[in-house]
Ligand binder design. Structure first.
Ligand code: ARG
Length: 576
C-alpha cells in the first residue's frame, strides 16, 4: 500500500505550480492556492478560489484564468493521481475538485495498515518549545493550570506526531520575592513537615503584612537566596519538593509525561545578561527609579510600561521571561515557542515578545502566545466550591471520577472493574470538555454535560471508539484487510472524511485549535454510524466487498485512536 498523503497539500502545490507556469513565478505560492472545502457535496470535495483573486492584477476574466488553470492541472500527473477528471469551472471562476475513488481507496488502505495512519511528517523539522502547565510553588495548582496542562499537552503531542523536536517545558513559579516570607516563616525548622502548603502560604503572608521585623528578615532572605547561600537554598529546595509531590500526583492522573521542569529559578543566572542587553540597546530606560520598557508605538510614554527591574533592584516575572526567550533561542535553538496560558496574560506576552525582539538576536524564531479563557461555574460566575472557595484540582478530578462511576453503575450495576473504567472515562471527560471548545472562550464547567453519553463528549467518543474497534477486530479476524472499493455513497463519504485527517492535523499544527480536531473526530464517528447502518460488513454480498468494508472499519478505528489517544491524550477503553 502507498503512503497516505495529504490531498490538500498535494493540490495546493499543484495549483501553485500551474499558476506559476501560466502567469509567472510570483504566483507559484501554495499559500495562495485558496483551496477550501467544497460548500456542497455535489460540488465535489474541494473548491479552488484562486482565479478570482489573481484575475484582477492580471486584468483578465476570472473564468478565463480558471480555464487556463484547469488545463494545466489536468495535464499534471499528481493531479491525475488525486482528482477525478475532467475538472469543472463553476460560477464566476471556481474550480471544483473531486478526489478520485482510486485516490481515496489508496489513502484508506494506507490509513488502515500504516503506523500513525501513515500521516506525512512536516517537510521541515523544527525545534519547538511548548511552555505549559507552569503552576506556582507553595500555591495551589488551579483550573487555569489544568487548562494549560491539557491544551499544552495536546499541542505538544500533535507537533511531535508531525515529526518536530518538541521540548515540553514547565515554567514553574519557583523564584521571586515571595520566597523571602515563605523561607522566613519556615525558619530554621526545615525538617518540619508542611502538609498544607496553602495554609502555610497564608500564614506567612499574614506575618509579612503585619510584622515589620518579619518583613525585614524576609527581605534579607531573598537576598541570601539570590546570592546562593547554601542553607537558604536547602530550605527553598524543601519547599519546592513539597509542591512538586502535589503537582506530580496531578500529572500522573492526567497521564502527562515528558514535561520537563525549567522553573523561573533556572534563569536566575541569565537575568543580568538580558538586562544588560536591554540597557545597551537603549530599549529599556529608567523611570521612577525602575528599569522599564515602553511599547514601541507608545511614543508619548503614556501607557504602563513593562517593568524589568524594580527600584529596589528586584527582578520580576517579565525579566525571567526575557531570560527564558534568550535561553530558548541561544541554547535550545528553537524555531518556535508556544506559551499556553490564560488570556489575561496576553498583555504581558505581547510586551515581553516585543522587548525581546528589540533587544535580542532572535533570527526567525517565532514567539506565540496561545491564550485560553476562564473556567466558570455552571452559573457563569467564578468556578468555586459551594462555600465560595477555589476548587482544588485533586477534588475536581476525584469528583469527575466518582460521578462517572455512579453513572456507570446506574447503567450496569453488575459489571466488574467499573472503578478502573470510571477513572479513565472521568479524566477523559474533563480533558475532552476542555479541548472540544474554542479555547479562547470562557467555559462553564459542568460535570453533567461532560459525562453525558450524547453529544460531543468523551463518553460518546469513547463508546463510539470501543464499538467501532470491536467491529474492526471481528472484521479483521474474519476477513483481514483488502483493496478498498467505493460503490455506495456511504462508503465514499466515509473514505472522503478519512482522507481529510491529515489536513486536520496540519491545521492543528498551524492554528493550535484542538477543538477543530474534536469536531473532525465527532463527525467521523457519526459518518461511520451511517456507513455501518447501510453497509453490512460481515454479511456483505462478496468477499471483495467484505474485505473493502473491513478496511474502512480499520482505518476509522485507527483514525479515532490516533486523534483521541495520541494527540488529545484521552485514554481509550475496550467497552463502555
Ligand atoms: N506561573 C505562571 C502562572 O501561574 C504561568 C507561567 C507561564 N509561562 C511563562 N513563561 N510565563 O500564571
Amino acid at each position: 500500500f502507498a503512503a497516505a498523503g495529504d490531498p490538500r497539500e498535494v493540490l495546493e502545490k499543484a495549483v501553485a505550480s500551474a499558476l506559476g507556469a501560466a502567469f509567472g513565478p510570483e504566483y507559484n505560492d501554495p499559500s495562495k492556492a485558496a483551496l477550501r472545502p467544497a460548500t456542497k457535496k455535489t460540488f465535489g470535495d474541494f473548491q479552488c478560489n484562486a482565479a478570482m483573486a489573481i484575475a484582477k492584477p492580471l486584468k483578465k476574466n476570472p473564468r478565463e484564468v480558471a480555464t487556463e488553470l484547469v488545463e494545466r492541472l489536468e495535464a499534471d500527473a499528481t493531479v491525475q493521481n488525486t482528482l477525478a477528471t475532467p475538472l469543472e469551472v463553476a460560477g464566476p471562476g471556481f474550480v471544483n475538485m473531486r478526489l478520485s475513488d482510486d485516490y481515496l481507496s489508496t489513502t484508506v488502505e494506507a490509513m488502515a495498515t500504516e503506523e500513525n495512519c501513515g500521516l506525512p511528517k512536516a517537510s521541515q523539522k523544527q525545534t519547538i518549545v511548548v511552555d505549559y502547565s507552569s503552576p506556582n510553588i507553595a500555591k495551589e495548582m488551579h483550573v487555569g493550570h489544568l487548562r494549560s496542562t491539557i491544551i499544552g499537552d495536546a499541542l505538544a503531542n500533535c507537533l511531535e506526531l508531525r515529526g518536530h523536536d518538541v521540548i515540553r517545558q514547565n515554567h514553574v513559579g519557583d523564584w521571586g520575592t515571595q520566597f523571602g516570607m515563605l523561607l522566613e516563616h519556615l525558619g530554621d525548622n526545615t525538617d518540619a513537615s508542611i502538609s498544607d502548603l496553602v495554609a502555610f502560604y497564608k500564614e506567612a503572608k499574614q506575618r509579612f503584612d503585619s510584622d515589620g521585623d518579619f518583613k525585614e528578615r524576609a527581605r534579607e532572605r531573598v537576598v541570601s537566596l539570590q546570592k546562593g547561600d547554601a542553607a537558604t537554598l536547602d530550605a527553598w529546595r524543601k519547599l519546592c519538593d513539597v509542591s512538586r509531590v502535589e503537582f506530580d500526583a496531578i500529572y500522573d492522573r492526567l497521564s502527562v509525561c515528558g514535561l520537563e521542569e525549567k522553573g523561573e529559578s533556572f534563569y536566575n543566572d541569565r537575568l543580568s545578561n538580558v538586562v544588560e542587553e536591554l540597557e545597551s540597546s537603549g530599549v529599556a530606560e529608567v523611570s521612577d527609579g525602575a528599569l522599564v520598557v515602553f511599547d514601541e508605538k507608545d511614543k508619548k510614554k503614556e501607557k504602563v510600561p513593562l517593568i524589568i527591574r524594580k527600584s529596589d533592584g528586584g527582578f520580576l516575572y517579565a525579566t525571567t521571561d526575557l531570560a527564558a526567550v534568550d535561553y530558548r533561542s541561544k541554547e535550545l535553538k528553537a524555531n518556535r515557542v508556544l506559551y499556553v496560558t490564560d488570556a489575561g496574560q496576553s498583555g504581558h506576552f505581547k510586551a515581553v515578545f516585543q522587548a525581546a525582539q528589540r533587544s535580542q538576536e532572535l533570527g526567525d524564531m517565532s514567539l506565540e502566545h496561545v491564550p485560553f479563557g476562564l473556567v466558570q461555574g455552571e452559573d457563569g460566575k467564578k468556578f468555586a466550591t459551594r462555600s465560595g472557595e477555589t476548587v482544588r484540582l485533586k477534588d475536581l478530578l476525584d469528583e469527575a471520577e466518582s460521578r462517572c462511576l455512579t453513572e456507570l453503575q446506574e447503567r450496569d450495576s453488575d459489571a466488574e472493574d467499573l472503578t478502573e473504567l470510571a477513572k479513565v472515562v472521568g479524566i477523559g471527560a474533563v480533558k475532552y470538555a476542555d479541548l472540544s471548545l474554542n479555547r479562547e472562550s470562557n467555559y462553564k464547567f459542568s460535570y453533567e454535560k461532560m459525562l453525558s453519553l450524547s453529544g460531543n463528549t468523551a463518553p460518546y467518543m469513547l463508546y463510539g471508539y470501543a464499538r467501532i474497534n470491536g467491529i474492526r477486530r471481528k472484521a479483521q479476524e474474519e476477513v483481514g484487510v483488502g483493496k478498498v472499493v467505493l460503490k455506495e455513497d456511504a462508503e465514499r463519504d466515509l473514505a472522503r472524511h478519512l482522507a481529510l485527517l491529515s489536513a486536520t492535523i496540519v491545521d492543528l499544527e498551524r492554528e493550535l485549535r484542538p477543538n477543530a480536531l474534536c469536531d473532525y473526530l465527532f463527525e467521523l464517528a457519526q459518518i461511520f454510524n451511517r456507513f455501518y447502518e447501510s453497509c453490512p460488513v460481515l454479511k456483505a454480498e462478496s468477499d471483495d466487498i467484505r474485505a473493502s468494508r473491513a478496511t474502512l472499519c480499520a482505518a476509522t478505528a485507527a483514525a479515532l485512536r490516533l486523534g483521541l489517544e495520541e494527540v488529545l491524550g484521552i485514554g481509550l477503553v475496550d467497552r463502555l
